[in-house]
Write a protein that binds this ligand. Structure first.
Ligand code: NAD
Length: 349
């Protein structure tokens, strides 16, 4: 597919159904690796992008956010919500959709569901970062929070880092059970744990991926041993964090975009000038990642617009050869561009 709008000005749309077909067509792990490659490539050209903290509309129950960016040729945005209580009424905590557009003429070139895609891109980003920061030979992960993101996180760590074993813990045993069932037969040893401490036994990577709109303490200081890599996913909103401040003070902290992470990430608990390392600088070789075996590395993930842009770019590049999209009549397309009204009149019944 090209970036130019088609003759009929139709916009390809990838529905949830088609996204799932595309994932199975490509394969989950190859797709996670492919997404990580796209995200890493875009992190390496970080300076090119328009960047802004996402635009958040907060309420008692959750948040609705817009995440825009552009590399000068292509523009993208994602609409995403975060409502931790949603699962109690049968709804997702996180749902999303997004769009790519041609900067040259402003025409959209792709509209896509992004609920499934966000889970994939978040996991691909986590694993891409862990590949660079986790201790050598890391093969066991504690997965705390076994909700919608958890299987994706586990599989991405397998696909990119070589994870062999995942130790699941959720405050709700039914969630742990669900994740264990889903991960059966996918090449990981899966252990269901009854406490967060148990999940951390022998783990070199600790992923926290819980949803609770408060300053939660999923990891206390005494739970975290030297040399681990922490992949902190669930603290991603003002007033919504997962780690005790003492853990942050012992860690070398890596972030996506500091201007956004200082508002939303674990580091909202620290002084505004507490030193952090930007992940794009590690990926482009400008600053080191992990520097010792004893170091605690922490990826304070909040999810940044460039990751969604990369994910949409990946979808755009991979649906062209498939039937996994439909053309949407989203753009008015009068024969004479200035005759919008005439087009409307001619459509009168
Ligand atoms: P989810 O609601 O499906 O799952 C969250 C799980 O956390 C639930 O199973 C819940 O029982 C569990 N949980 C809550 N408190 C817990 C505790 N104290 N100990 C153990 N488990 C606990 O949500 P999800 O879609 O899996 O998302 C998880 C989190 O990740 C959310 O906070 C979401 O906002 C965040 N998220 C971050 C990114 C990112 O890029 N950083 C992307 C997507 C989602």
């Amino acid at each position: 597919m090209t970036l130019a709008p088609s003759d009929k000005a139709l916009v390809p749309f990838v529905s949830v159904d088609n996204m799932m077909k595309l994932v199975h067509h490509i394969g989950i792990e190859p797709m996670l690796r492919g997404l990580a490659d796209y995200i890493e490539a875009d992190f390496r050209r970080w300076r090119l992008f328009d960047k802004t903290p996402r635009i958040a509309s907060h309420s008692e129950e959750g948040v609705i956010e817009l995440m825009p960016t552009s590399d000068g040729e292509v523009y993208g945005f994602k609409y995403v919500n975060g409502h931790p209580k949603n699962t109690k009424s049968g709804l997702q905590t996180v749902t999303a959709f997004g769009l790519l557009a041609n900067v040259g003429n402003g025409y959209p070139v792709l509209l896509s569901e992004m609920t499934v895609l966000t889970a994939l891109r978040t996991a691909a980003t986590s694993a891409m970062v862990a590949k660079h920061l986790a201790p050598k030979g890391a093969d066991t992960m504690a997965m705390i929070g076994a909700g919608a993101q958890s299987e994706f996180q586990s599989l991405a760590m397998k696909a990119l880092v070589g994870l062999k074993s995942v130790r699941l813990y959720d405050i709700d045993p039914a969630a742990t059970e669900k994740a264990a069932r889903n991960l059966t037969g996918l090449g990981l040893k899966v252990v269901q744990c009854r406490s967060p401490e148990e999940s951390m036994e022998g783990a070199q990577i600790i992923t926290t991926c819980t949803a609770d709109k408060q300053y939660a303490t999923i990891l206390t200081d005494n739970m975290v041993g030297a040399g681990v890599h922490i992949n902190a996913i669930g603290g991603d909103c003002p007033g919504k964090t997962e780690l005790a401040p003492e853990v942050l003070h012992r860690s070398t902290i890596f972030v996506e975009y500091p201007e956004q992470t200082r508002i939303e990430g674990e580091i909202q608990q620290l002084d505004p000038d507490h030193p952090v390392t930007e992940m794009w600088q590690v990926l482009s070789g400008e600053v080191p990642g992990r520097t010792s075996a004893e170091q605690i590395t922490l990826f304070d993930s909040v999810g940044f617009a460039i990751e969604d842009f990369s994910a949409l770019r990946y979808i755009r590049d991979h649906i062209g050869a498939t039937d996994y999209y439909m053309d949407l009549d989203l753009l008015a397309d009068p024969d004479d561009p200035r005759d919008l009204f005439g087009m409307l009149q001619r459509a009168a019944p």
